[in-house]
Ligand binder design. Structure first.
Ligand code: SAH
Ligand code: SF4
Length: 351
């Protein structure tokens, strides 16, 4: 029998599966609790299951979809995890402490096909999609590594890859992570970040209440297309129309992410253009000073430019925050995830 990756299965599918191997459907809930509340790494740890069922699970399932290859801690407490997948490829997740929150930044693909010019992941190109199990297991492994459920309080899909390009796997992962029988994250504590693949965005809005962040980065098409080639397929008018129509749950807003690149998009005229663009949308703006890297052709903005940009947005009654760069000393900051370790050795900083 082909072994299944058990973390690929939302509860209803797991119920069908346990039935198919001759067990009662309610067993699936028990398995869910072991997997996502207790974070087991072996079926031996499940003493409430019969020995014969545990043996069956041993032969029929694969429990862990990835292994921790290295962890590196930054001075500010950020921890970058390097995971190895079953085919030997590597991805990264980043745990960002911001008490009382502990936010895990998860990856959805190995590499990314969209080639945004300011992004190191984009410069890798696309290798493959992650499976549901590989997405969910980033959360399980970090929880386990940090001492159990509750170690991660918030999730952002802002790691490697474009989640909406891998929407089937991401939606199933969300279903598992939101399930009250398991990991039980509130939809208020999960954010999916996207460049705005419009048909997938419409689908996400129809089926999932999680928070939405749009990577905008420029208020006009010519510049956005230059920075983000995907804008040629889904230009701003189409993207903003989809945002206007997005079913935003009560008391929520769409976050618009805007990387500030010195001398490229950080001038006051662009701030005013951004204000006009977002008119009529329940929006907030997160300004992200560019994180430089020798392989990327941009520089970080001057602090004064960042503050002036923010002030223009605030004067127009837009909520505008400035994202603190976290974990920069271990290349764990936004856009710096490339799962690239010299010589393949990651030299974990031992946290
Ligand atoms: N593909 C999705 C999810 C990845 S999120 C998206 O792009 O939204 C990665 C976030 O980091 C995005 O907001 C992206 O625009 C930002 N980012 C990429 N490169 C960066 C860099 N060098 N400095 C700062 N932010 C960067
Ligand atoms: Fe891909 Fe997002 Fe990086 Fe663009 S910013 S290349 S969409 S990961």
């Amino acid at each position: 029998m082909e072994r299944i990756w058990i973390k690929d299965y939302p509860l209803r599918d797991l119920e069908d599966w346990v039935e198919s191997i001759g067990e009662r459907r309610f067993r699936a809930r028990q398995l869910f609790r072991h997997l996502y509340l207790r974070g087991i790494d072996s079926w031996d740890a499940c003493s409430d299951l019969s020995k014969s069922f545990r043996t069956q699970l041993e032969y029929a399932t694969r429990l862990d979809a990835l292994t921790i290859t290295a962890r590196e801690a930054a001075e500010d407490g950020t921890v970058k995890y390097l995971f190895t997948l079953s085919d030997g490829r590597r991805i990264e997740s980043v745990l960002i402490p911001d008490p009382p929150r502990q936010t895990l930044c998860v990856s959805s693909q190995v590499g990314c096909a969209l080639g945004c010019r300011f992004c190191l992941t984009g410069s890798l190109g696309f290798q493959r999609h992650l499976s549901t199990a590989e997405i969910v297991d980033q959360v399980c492994q970090v929880q386990r590594d940090r001492g159990g459920k509750g170690a991660v309080t918030n999730l952002v899909f802002m790691g490697m890859g474009e989640p909406l390009a891998n929407l089937d796997a991401v939606l199933k992962a969300l279903e598992i992570l939101l399930d009250p029988n398991g990991a039980a994250f509130s939809h208020r504590r999960i954010t999916v970040s996207t460049v705005g693949l419009v048909p997938a965005l419409e689908r996400l809005g129809r089926v999932s209440p999680v928070n939405l962040a749009i990577s905008l980065h420029a208020p006009e098409d010519s510049l956005r297309s230059e920075l983000m080639p995907v804008n040629r397929s889904y230009p701003l008018a189409q993207l903003l129309a989809a945002c206007r129509a997005y079913p935003i749950p009560p008391r929520k807003r769409i976050t618009f992410e805007y990387i500030l690149l010195r001398g490229v998009n950080d001038d006051p005229a662009r701030a005013r253009q951004l204000v006009r663009l977002l008119e009529g949308i329940r929006a907030k703006v997160n300004l992200i000073p560019f994180n430089p890297h020798p392989d990327l052709p941009f520089t970080a903005p001057e602090e004064a430019a960042v503050l002036e940009f923010q002030a223009i947005l605030k004067n127009a009654n837009l909520t505008a925050t400035i994202r603190k760069s976290r974990g920069a000393d271990i290349r764990a900051a936004c856009g710096q995830l490339a799962a690239r370790y010299p010589g393949g050795a990651a030299g974990g900083a031992g946290c």
